[in-house]
Design a protein around this ligand. Sequence first.
Ligand code: MEV
Length: 438
Amino acid sequence: MNNAVAGFSKLTKEEKINWIANEYFSNPIEAIATIKQYWNNDAQLQQLHDEFIENTITNFYLPMGIAPNFLINDRYYSVPMVIEESSVVAAAAKSAKFWSTRGGFKATVLNTEKIGQVHFLFKGDSAKLESFFNTVKSSLIDSTESITKNMQKRGGGILGLELRDKTSALENYFQLHATFETKDSMGANFINSCLEQLAKTLKEEAQNYTDFNETEKNITVVMSILSNYVPNCIVRAEVSCRVEELAEKKIENPQEFAEKFVQAVSIAEIEPFRAVTHNKGIMNGVDAVVLATGNDFRAVEAGVHAYASRNGHYSSLSHAKIENGIFTFWMEIPLALGTVGGLTSLHPLVKMALEILGKPSAKELMQVVAVTGLAQNFAALRSLTTTGIQEGHMKMHLNNILNQFEANPEERKAILKHFEKNTVTHAAVVALIENLRK
Ligand code: MEV
């Protein structure tokens, strides 16, 4: 039974580590050594990382890889990806190369509107609230001026402000529904600061509104927060070519391949159990670039999956068709991303990732991220509808198994040679290691 701890955050980093090591490990010295093994030798760099969050004890590494040869809107990109799952980067790279000789990817940002809401309770006459809102709307917006000034200079700011009556769903519940343009920043801090100011002004103005009775004057603000659901911040990614151009080593019959591929997408469109896995494959690509560029992958995940359910049932994000001999595969997804602010200028590897991408605008990054998701989806569906996913996946995973068993160089050589011709399964690898070690 472990103990609770009081004032953990007040302990020094050393004290925190000692407490964790003594509390949870039978060999605290070894635990401390492992924790410190992942510290950076450069004290300043380590401090930078320590200060990203609270109670930092060490760094948690994830590999950063590159998927080259992404031809997007006639320009080549090398895409940095941060992900722990083997075969994702290889799949992206393969897909990128495949489409680079078939016209490349086309990507378009359809819109870039972000959303935030002040959720409040109003007990009284909703028609009076409506007139009140119309009277004070411009003062509400004006009150955010000091926050929006700089954003306005960059061409952004508050786009719209609406009063929404939600009382048919929840008693006394109304919203200020605000829309924003945040240019190259993801805009979370900007939006939340605006909303908190709007909420404050809303309460003050209500107190002074002479048409309200005492109850009506007392608006209760429940919370003010951006929405991670951004159905009007959409990017479209697409590939297309003549069906016969799909031919390659593993696609001997392109017509058959294209039809099966479209069928696989149709299944994901109507079957939620498949759609979730299908979309997970898309997010393998999306998240890896979102992470590499220091963006908020939880926000992206939440928003994308909500979008996948927008028609009342969870469905595929991507679509495919064959029309007049042309195979087209595309998707539209919501992405709220930033290339300034947040971690973008703080984390040295995020800075590098953005440099590798040619210091993109937020719109350009939306395109790269969506394309990587589509490429990943193409690679997964190509494997699934032809050889099956395990062939490639287990080949990549073989290394992980060898590491797990701490295989020495000779064992590695023998095992890799054996599996050039045999199917990789976990059991087969283990059996071979055991056999070699007899
Ligand atoms: C594995 O990470 C992702 C896939 O399952 C996606 C899919 O099934 O489409 C291969």
